[in-house]
Ligand binder design. Structure first.
Ligand code: NAP
Length: 495
């Protein structure tokens, strides 16, 4: 559908604003709900897949769960008394988003099977082209396209030579039987650790190919009893209390300290991980092979109640020898050994620098996002890029990522974006994006602060950009909240 109206004069309030929401994952659903709440009903939601849910639709691997407590990983306005456990499984989270989208009447508005291929800013409005050949025009683009979205496959010789079934964790092939099979998992990130725990006693043999050991923070995952759930239904404040408590602990004892590698609280986290390793792994040789040589929380911290138990299971085999190549029969390591496998799982992460891309995005004066992000993706306050007016991102580059509730992050970001939209709605301006000067200042302060973060303390991870600088929000989470509270309009170029 195409809506063509002349842009209004800057001094007249607007009641004709149209919004194009890209993606129907957690952030896209949030955007639609919040726009409606603000009385902004003219929007389209474009989703390339045939289901909503974003990351929770894509990740159906064995053991998929969220290691952020469920009552925190929930929209603040849609508490869920039905969470089964302290930490929810992926399928349950997917069901939650489907339920919320249905309750708010958003699901029927989503246009499925429509991938946005191109967005161009022409005469003050965004013109988009979709994979089915249709077009649309809107005043704002809200990119809710996700961060960990494009699977990364390992650069290993013979990666296509494997004779059995092989797939990426985010492209799980449910048709491949795993029972009684020899299964190999490459990677030791949060995904691989969940897979290993879930599969070890289902398969004949599970080989975990570890390039880098991980620190593991112990967690407990008790189920909520029927009485507790009944109490949540009767008294929703009980869920709010849990959320407030968990958020407070998480903010003060984790999110606020990542920017200060010298924080004693980080030392305490390190000690807790060391104790977990000492107390959980009996064999001293295996223990040393599982011991990382960098500080805890330098990479995204693994939260697990059972990984160490799983890796000591008789079916488990930890392979620390470097992979030489993949062959038809399995994985050959540098010591010459062939680890024979029936199934190979790539838990090798994502191309985290993609964001909206490969979509072609053309801003003011023909500037492309590809050009703007040639070195590394960056966005003022993780939300706006100069020369791309009225295009705002949720969970864009430089935001708080990692062991965070990205729902919390997206809600804070949307309240900021809403204030920018209000500038246009009220007639203060027609277009706004961060100024070049503001982005440069933000970027140089961000990179300076990044040097002091735990992520820069001597390990490799997906947090680092192509120059080796942590790209995530390097300050405290409290500062993020403060920044999101109110935009500094002086940092915006308006027309
Ligand atoms: P990841 O953290 O990027 O881990 C990728 C793994 O693959 C690493 O262990 C890496 O080894 C390994 N790898 C990559 N290329 C390799 C190669 N050529 N040879 C050997 N090993 C190779 O990916 P992920 O585990 O999918 O997690 C990504 C993010 O998703 C997480 O950090 C988290 O933010 C999110 N996530 C969240 C949850 C949750 O519960 N909330 C669960 C899963 C994922 P190196 O370490 O040596 O590079």
């Amino acid at each position: 559908m195409t809506t063509q109206t002349e842009p209004a004069r800057p001094d007249s309030p607007r009641s004709d604003l149209r919004f194009l929401i890209l993606g129907a994952g957690m952030s896209g659903i949030l955007t639609a709900i919040k726009l409606r709440e603000a009385g902004l009903n003219d929007f389209a939601i474009y989703e390339k897949a045939d289901r909503l849910g974003g990351t929770w639709r894509e990740n159906e691997y064995a053991g998929v769960a969220c290691d952020v407590p469920a009552h925190m990983y929930t929209y603040s306005f849609a508490p869920n008394p039905e969470w089964s456990n302290r930490f929810a499984a992926g399928a349950e989270i997917q069901e939650y988003f489907e339920g919320v989208a249905h309750r708010y009447g958003i699901d029927e508005l989503i246009q499925y099977g429509k991938e946005v291929r191109r967005c161009e800013f022409v005469d003050g409005r965004w013109h988009v082209e979709l994979s089915d050949g249709s077009t649309d025009v809107g005043d704002f683009v809200i990119a809710a396209t996700g961060v960990l979205h494009h699977p990364a496959y390992p650069d290993i010789d013979g990666v296509d030579d494997f004779g059995g079934a092989a797939f990426h964790s985010a492209r799980w092939d449910h048709d491949v039987p795993l029972e009684g099979k020899r299964v190999g998992v490459i990677g030791t990130g949060s995904t691989a650790i969940q897979i290993v725990s879930a599969l070890v006693d289902r398969v004949a043999e599970l080989s975990l190919f570890q390039r880098t050991a991980q620190w593991v923070m112990p967690i407990e995952n008790p189920a909520y009893s029927e009485e507790e759930k009944a109490e949540f239904r009767r008294r929703p404040e009980a869920m709010e209390e849990i959320r407030a408590e968990v958020t407070k602990v998480f903010t003060e004892r984790f999110a606020n300290i990542l920017g200060d590698a010298e924080s004693p609280l980080l030392e305490a986290i390190h000690t807790a991980c060391e104790e977990n390793l000492e107390n959980s792994v009996k064999d001293p040789v295996l223990r040393e092979r599982l011991r990382p040589d960098y500080r805890a929380a330098c990479k995204r911290l693994i939260m697990s109640e059972d990984f160490y138990e799983a890796i000591q299971h008789p079916n488990a085999n930890l392979v620390t020898e470097e992979i030489e190549r993949i062959e038809a029969g399995g994985i050959r390591t540098r010591d010459g050994e062939l680890h024979e496998l029936d199934v190979l799982i790539f838990a090798t992460g994502f191309r985290v620098d993609r964001f909206m891309r490969p979509m072609e995005v053309i801003g003011r004066d023909g500037v492309t996002l590809e050009d703007a992000w040639r070195e590394n993706p960056s966005a003022y306050m993780a939300i706006t890029v100069p020369s791309f007016p009225n295009l705002f991102m949720l969970n864009g580059p430089n935001g708080p990522v990692g062991n965070f509730s990205l729902i919390d992050v997206a809600e804070l970001q949307f309240s900021y974006i809403m204030q920018l939209i209000e500038q246009v709605r009220s007639g203060s301006c027609r277009e706004l994006s961060a100024s070049q000067e503001a982005l440069e200042r933000f970027d140089s302060e961000r990179k300076e602060a990044a040097k002091h973060t735990i992520w820069a303390s001597g390990c490799k991870s997906w947090y680092l950009d192509s120059d080796g600088i942590p790209a995530a929000w390097p300050w405290t989470f409290d500062r993020f909240r403060e920044e999101m509270d109110k935009p500094h309009l002086d940092d915006f170029e308006t027309r």
